[in-house]
Design a protein around this ligand. Structure first.
Ligand code: PLP
Length: 398
């Protein structure tokens, strides 16, 4: 059976078959820092039920019907208002394409712009969900290193020059400028300006994935690269997964109207998830989103600071980690000579799990790194999990 199927898979199918996806359901007793899932207790079950009641009372049968993904009304309009208020992005409702999560939008982008053999520049490290999509499209990802101030446009420029000297040009640059996944850092204002300028000067398409923008708990808010750019060289991707609920599967892409309209035609289901869209529309219009975001910032701030304190208290000398101003992730560098992937089975035996850094690079780097997600773990579990991680690390230091 498996053998017969091996002949059936397409090039993309074969690549997908080789992807190793750890289960979202951790084993009993295992503390998992793996996934960037929202804090379960904060999920707005009651409000979503209220929204559903509202739709029923108002006979909103359209919410159960087929809907175009771009509409000048409802969720598109509410998102355009939200983008203006929070992200300072000036976009009409027709410039917003509602997608099945930001992941659905990024996957559509891959279908629409990538051909096998293309090159994509991406943050180094970068969220593997996106880089896996690039790989499945047959593209090669080249990482551009991040530091504590995010992505440096000078390094991107150097990479562009290097590729140009080989007669190559990347299809786009994929970057997560705010509370980066996995590094937890944010790109500074100067660098954002530099990236916007580079995009406009070199005609470089920047894919700005700002999934965590709304979850800032400290530091100054920074403008998006999209709002700093003057051309049509930036596409902005957002999501309601981290601020309402991932299960709604509502993300959005913002760009020039004609580009967004063409993208819509490439959507294989050609429609949007109308019921989720109507629930989310209610959530945004009633002001619940803003209220909820305040609550979430407090929750994640507490968890993050708890994790930073635990790392400080427990981890052996030679370990370093980033100090996020928001989002879900902290990026750890283990002491010299320790390989995070090799150490993982011992950590699982000791009852703690993380994602090794190599998964976030396309070139095997990140051996000493690991990603810790603090968003879904309780404070007592953060303490226990970090103590277990520290103990195994110490043992590996001999
Ligand atoms: C950087 C980044 N972009 C996009 C997504 C996907 O979010 P969505 O649930 O909207 O597909 C995630 C989810 O983990 C993410 O971390």
């Amino acid at each position: 059976m498996v053998e017969r199927w091996s002949d059936r898979w397409s090039r993309r199918g074969k690549l997908a078959a080789a992807v190793n996806r750890p289960s979202r359901q951790p084993q009993e007793g295992l503390i998992s820092f793996n996934y960037g899932d929202p804090d379960a207790g904060s999920l707005p079950l009651n409000e979503v039920a209220e929204a559903a009641e509202y739709l029923a009372e108002n006979r909103r049968v359209d919410a159960l019907g087929y809907q175009d993904p771009i509409r000048a009304d409802e969720l598109n309009e509410a998102l355009a208002e939200k983008l203006k208020r929070d992200q300072e992005i000036d976009a009409s409702a027709n410039q917003v394409l509602v997608t099945s999560g930001a992941a659905g939008g990024l996957s559509l982008l891959c279908d629409m712009v990538l051909d096998a053999g293309d090159i994509v520049l991406a943050d180094g490290p970068a969220w593997m969900g996106a880089t896996n999509m690039f790989r499945l499209s047959g593209a090669e990802t080249i990482n551009v290193d991040l530091d504590d101030d995010g992505l440096d446009p000078a390094l991107v420029r150097t990479k562009l020059d290097e590729l140009e000297s080989q007669g190559k040009k990347p299809k786009f640059l994929y970057t997560i400028p705010t509370f980066q996944n996995p590094a937890g850092v944010e790109t500074s204002l100067e660098r954002r300006k530099g990236l916007a300028k580079l995009a406009d000067e070199r005609g470089l398409l920047i894919v700005e994935d700002d999934a965590y923008f709304d979850l800032r708990f400290s530091g100054e808010k920074k403008p998006t690269i999209y709002s700093l750019s003057h051309g049509d060289n930036v596409l902005f991707f957002g999501t309601l997964s981290k601020t309402i609920a991932a299960g709604l599967r509502i993300g959005y892409m913002v760009g020039p109207e004609d580009v967004v309209a063409t993208m819509m035609r490439g959507r294989v289901d050609s429609l949007r998830n109308s019921y989720s869209a109507a629930l989310a529309d209610w959530y945004l219009r009633t002001g619940k989103l803003q209220e909820h975001m305040k609550e979430l910032r407090e929750i994640y701030s507490k968890k993050c600071h708890h994790m930073l304190a635990a790392l400080e208290r427990e981890m052996p000398e030679g370990t370093t980690w980033t100090k996020p101003n928001g989002g879900f992730f902290c990026w750890v560098t283990l002491p010299d000579g320790i390989n995070a992937a090799e150490m993982l089975p011992q950590c699982v035996d000791a009852g703690v799990q993380y994602i090794p850094g190599t998964g976030f690079y396309s070139d095997g780097r990140g051996e000493r790194n690991l990603r810790l997600s603090f968003s879904a773990v309780s404070e007592p579990d953060i303490d226990t999990g970090i103590a277990r991680l520290a103990e195994v690390t110490r043992k590996n230091m001999g």
